[in-house]
Design a protein. Structure first.
Lengths: 221, 344
């Protein structure tokens, strides 16, 4: 604790505070106040941690002279800083919006269909052997609730030469997938008798109520 | 300062106060109705008050070229925090009256009042959220200022409460200035000035000079507040007179009389301060006041306050050098003499 500056000891007043000399007392007390306050604020200012904005490149001292800047200069600088802040914020918000969208897409949890072992986006290629083309459709339930039962149907498979395999000639077993609990999958076998089909490459789709899967079938010569 | 000047400052304060309270009510109205809370939250803000802190935020922002809209969030935030502090102060000081009415804990009990103070303090952060008005850079800087201010204020309050609990009496004016610099100046004047300038100038203002001015202005405010507790009228002051003496608050007058009193009187004063507040009698309070009068402690504090105000005038000229003249600058300058002459 500091000693009171206005009395050399407790119980004793400095000369300036004696009641016989009020004018001088006022002057001394006021001077003391100014000195004390100047010391305290000096120490306070040394302790202040400058906020981040003080370190911002926009706040680099501009070399203003002792007389201070022109009255309008602060205003111009503030306006420029305001505009820059606006654009920075706009950029930041736009970036954040795209980042949110990308993250949402990455975390998307949905129902997908795919072939055995293939990625969900790859078409199902039917394997040909002994006059029969076969493959397997998988339905994956990545949602939090059960789905189905779900009927699976085929579109006509068409070749580039105009040949058509009608939907009724595509056998799907079972034609209705059972209910699939969350986090589980179900499959159906896909079979096409190609013994009497013209050679060529056929394309079509297998459809469920939630997703579609492209089908690729090559009938050899 | 003429009576007209004083009236002008008070009228400006009243205008800013009205704006701030309106905005504060909107913020509080957004909260869900909660029994035992909603009504209490609106109590102290609804009693009025000087609105010095939000007025300084708003005027300083506009002086630097900013708009009312930009500064309103931080202005509301500091007024909400101030009301939270008042509720807690009244409990800590066992005060009976605030702004002319019974204190919140007298009306509703300490637990509910404490909870209301907590709620106001936490809700005061709400107006500082990024609302797209300030931009993230300034918003972040304002939040940093707010958190720094809150820490310093609470630390200052802790020091004062500690002095009273441990009956610390070996104190001088420097100790007093350090105390009020923390517990009063930061949230009453320094933070409002710094944040107002930060927003209005978009971070280009010299905050160091404003801090210096804010310290002097806040010190003059607190000295006058201490004096009003002895010299004011209860009607205008809004609290009980001599409350500070009863609480043993380390005011400039008390520190002065402790140093100026003859050894037997000083020993008696120390004994008086060592007693729990509840055991201090009206006769003892009267004796403390008499000793202050006998030793010129009130006159000392008045003179000391004038010295601080002189320093504030000089600091103000440096702090606002380069800021274009405006009625906002005039208002801020008018606050210096106002601090010496205000009656409420």
């Amino acid at each position: 604790m500091t000693e009171p500056a206005y009395g050399s000891e407790p119980g004793q007043l400095a000369d300036g505070l004696r009641p016989f000399d009020p004018l001088r007392a006022v002057t001394d007390v006021q001077r003391q106040a100014i000195d004390n306050a100047g010391n305290i604020i000096g120490r306070l200012l040394e302790m202040i941690d400058r906020p981040p904005t003080d370190r911002d490149p926009l706040d680099v001292p501009d070399g203003q002279d002792a007389d201070g800047p022109e009255p309008g200069f602060h205003q111009i600088r503030a306006n420029v800083a305001r505009a820059i802040d606006l654009y920075v914020d706009l950029f930041r918000r736009t970036f954040e919006a795209y980042a949110d969208l990308a993250e949402t897409a990455l975390r998307r949890r949905d129902v997908t269909v795919g072939g055995d072992g293939a990625s969900p986006t790859a078409p199902l290629t039917l394997h040909v052997a002994d006059g029969v083309a076969e493959g397997e459709l998988w339905l994956h339930n990545a949602t939090d609730s059960p789905i189905g039962p779900d009927r699976v149907s085929a579109t006509p498979l068409c070749s580039h030469t105009g040949q058509v395999i009608h939907a009724v000639d595509v056998t799907i077993e079972p034609s209705t997938l059972p209910a699939v609990p969350p986090g589980e999958s179900a499959s159906a076998a896909v079979r096409v008798d190609i013994s009497r089909l013209p050679a060529g490459r056929y394309h079509g789709h297998l459809l469920t109520s939630r997703a579609a899967l492209a089908v690729d079938l090559t009938v050899p010569e | 300062m003429t009576a007209t000047d004083l009236a002008e400052v008070e009228a400006t304060l009243a205008r800013y106060g009205e704006l701030t309270r309106g905005a504060m009510q909107e913020f509080l109205a957004d909260e869900d109705e909660a029994p035992y809370l909603t009504e209490l939250l609106a109590d102290y803000p609804g009693r009025g008050g000087k609105a010095l802190r939000p007025a300084l935020v708003l005027a300083t922002c506009q002086a630097y070229g900013g708009s009312l809209r930009e500064a309103m969030g931080p202005a509301v935030a500091i007024e909400m925090l101030h009301n939270a502090f008042l509720i807690h102060d009244d409990i800590e000081d066992q005060s009976h009256r605030r702004r002319g009415r019974p204190t919140l804990h007298r009306l509703h009990g300490v637990p509910l009042a404490l909870n209301t103070g907590d709620a106001l303090a936490m809700l005061s952060l709400q107006p500082l959220r990024d609302d797209g008005i300030l931009g993230s850079r300034i918003q972040q800087a304002v939040l940093e200022e707010y958190l720094s201010m809150a820490h310093r204020t609470i630390a200052g309050q802790a020091k004062e409460l500690g002095w009273r609990r441990d009956n610390v009496v070996d104190l001088g004016p420097n100790d007093y200035l350090e105390l009020i610099g923390a517990k009063t100046c930061w949230y009453t004047t320094i933070y409002p000035l710094r944040v107002g300038a930060l927003i209005g100038s978009r971070g280009s203002a010299d905050l160091e000079e404003l801090t210096r001015f804010g310290f002097y202005l806040g010190a003059a405010f607190q000295i006058r507040d201490d004096l009003l507790n002895l010299l004011g009228t209860e009607e205008e002051y809004g609290k009980e007179l001599f409350d500070d003496v009863w609480e043993g608050k380390r005011t400039l007058m008390l520190i002065h009389v402790l140093a100026a009193a003859a050894p037997p009187d000083r020993r008696w004063l120390e004994g008086y301060l060592a007693k729990p507040a509840g055991e201090r009698t009206p006769a003892e309070i009267e004796r403390v006041v008499d000793l202050m009068a006998e030793h010129g402690s009130v006159g000392f504090a008045i003179d000391y306050g004038h010295g601080i105000a002189d320093a504030a005038h000089v600091a103000l000229d440096r702090a606002l050098a380069g800021v274009p003249p405006s009625h906002h600058v005039d208002f801020i300058a008018g606050l210096v003499p106002y601090m010496l002459e205000r009656t409420r």
